[in-house]
Ligand binder design. Structure first.
Ligand code: DAH
Length: 388
């Protein structure tokens, strides 16, 4: 029996009742005793099944789609009493050895065709229930040859793209990527980093507390300590990740944002290494023409501390609205790791020195892609996201 559309022109298609009756009789009992006759019998059976299905579809105005699917399944494929099972028992299993291989092939085709019909029905059901969301189930057929709904491929979020670009530069310099928990202890987030009890950043108004000993980390710096404890020195890592602060959302603030921390520890690390590395990094990221400027600053976990600016990438340093006519844009904090911080991480400051930096990935992405509102990153507006 070939897989062919049912022959609607043929006048005498076997009725379902007749098929049910014949399915209880062996092939030899039906006088079928050669391959041609077997092929015809299975073809008739298939026609009867297809006709019954069409009948059900056309005359099922008062039953729902899902009930119809259930009815088909029951009628054709139910174990034991389903038509396919009856045909197997009486037409196949009871067939003499010589005709069995042929009958077997015919039977398998019939079974597969019946299963395919039901699968098609299941698809119809999904399609029609989508179209009728909130309405009662429709009864009209759906044209399965129509093209489906296209689901466009997504792309990496601009913040993720920026993060990967930064990671790439440091990975090429021999740094490894490290991560740590976003729910962090007060010890790692503040104490171990030499941030005094009285520091304003510890305030409820700046830090989101889970309880008195646990915070949502306010920066990626606590992973410095965790990594020192875990790996010791020498250590060359960058730490990308989410950070949280008690800030109201506005064009330049978000209660959740992203940082990348850098940390290099070895026996002979100097401030010159820090300057050279960050200068190289800035040129790789923003182009060879970009210059860096280091100014003194203060962070409790570095001594000395610095603030890094790059020459304005919009005006080339001439002065514009973005750089507030200064020609420079401040992009990160950095410094030589404080000896107390090394010690807190289990590293002997007499033997090792190190530098560190911390930057905001979102801010870098805003600079690189000329975006003036950080909120755009977190609104999931496809019109915005698909530009990257
Ligand atoms: N953790 C600082 C912040 O969130 C950024 C920072 C400054 C990190 C200097 C450093 C550093 O590692 O050396 O503002």
């Amino acid at each position: 029996m070939a897989m062919r559309p049912p022959d609607t022109e043929r006048l005498s298609v076997m009725t379902l009742e007749e098929l049910k009756r014949q399915a209880e009789i062996s092939l030899s009992g039906l006088g079928v005793d050669n391959e041609a006759a077997i092929e015809k019998k299975f073809a008739d059976a298939w026609d009867a099944m297809v006709q019954e299905r069409r009948h059900l579809i056309q005359h099922s105005a008062d039953i729902t789609f899902s009930r119809r699917v259930r009815e088909f399944r029951n009628l054709f494929l139910a174990r034991g009493h389903g038509l396919v099972a009856r045909i197997k028992a009486n037409w196949l299993d009871a067939t003499p050895k010589t005709l069995k291989p042929f009958a077997g092939r015919e039977f398998n085709t019939l079974r597969l065709n019946a299963e395919n019909l039901l699968e098609e029905d299941a698809i119809l059901k999904i399609v029609s229930s989508r179209q009728s969301f909130g309405k009662s189930e429709p009864r009209e057929e759906v044209d399965l040859t129509l093209p489906g709904n296209r689901r466009p491929l997504g792309s990496l979020h601009p913040v993720t793209q920026m993060q990967r670009e930064i990671e790439e530069i440091f990975l090429n310099l021999g740094f490894r990527i490290e991560s740590g928990p976003e729910i962090e202890s007060v010890y790692y987030n503040f104490d171990a980093l030499n941030i005094p009890e009285s520091h304003p950043s510890r305030d409820d108004w700046d830090t989101l507390y889970i309880d008195s000993k646990t915070v949502l980390r306010t920066h990626t710096s606590p992973v410095q300590i965790r990594a020192m404890e875990k790996y010791g020195a020498p250590l060359y890592i960058i730490i990308p990740g989410k950070c949280y602060r008690h800030d109201n959302p506005d064009a330049s603030h978000s209660p959740m944002f992203h940082q990348i921390e850098g940390l290099a520890i070895a026996s002979d690390i100097t401030f010159a290494d820090l300057k050279g590395t960050l200068d190289f990094f800035a040129r790789k990221l923003f182009g060879e023409k970009v210059r860096t400027r280091f100014q003194p600053s203060f962070f409790p976990f570095t001594e000395p501390s610095g603030e890094v600016s790059i020459s304005c990438i919009f005006c080339g340093g001439e002065g514009c609205r973005v750089c507030k006519e200064s020609g420079w844009i401040e992009v990160m904090g950095c410094g030589m790791v404080h000896p107390l911080v090394l010690r807190n991480g289990g590293i002997d400051p007499e033997k090792y020195t190190g530098w560190a930096f911390g930057l905001g990935i979102d801010r870098f992405a805003m600079l690189k892609y000329d975006i003036n509102d950080i909120q755009l990153f977190f609104q999931s507006d496809v019109r915005f996201l698909k530009q990257f």
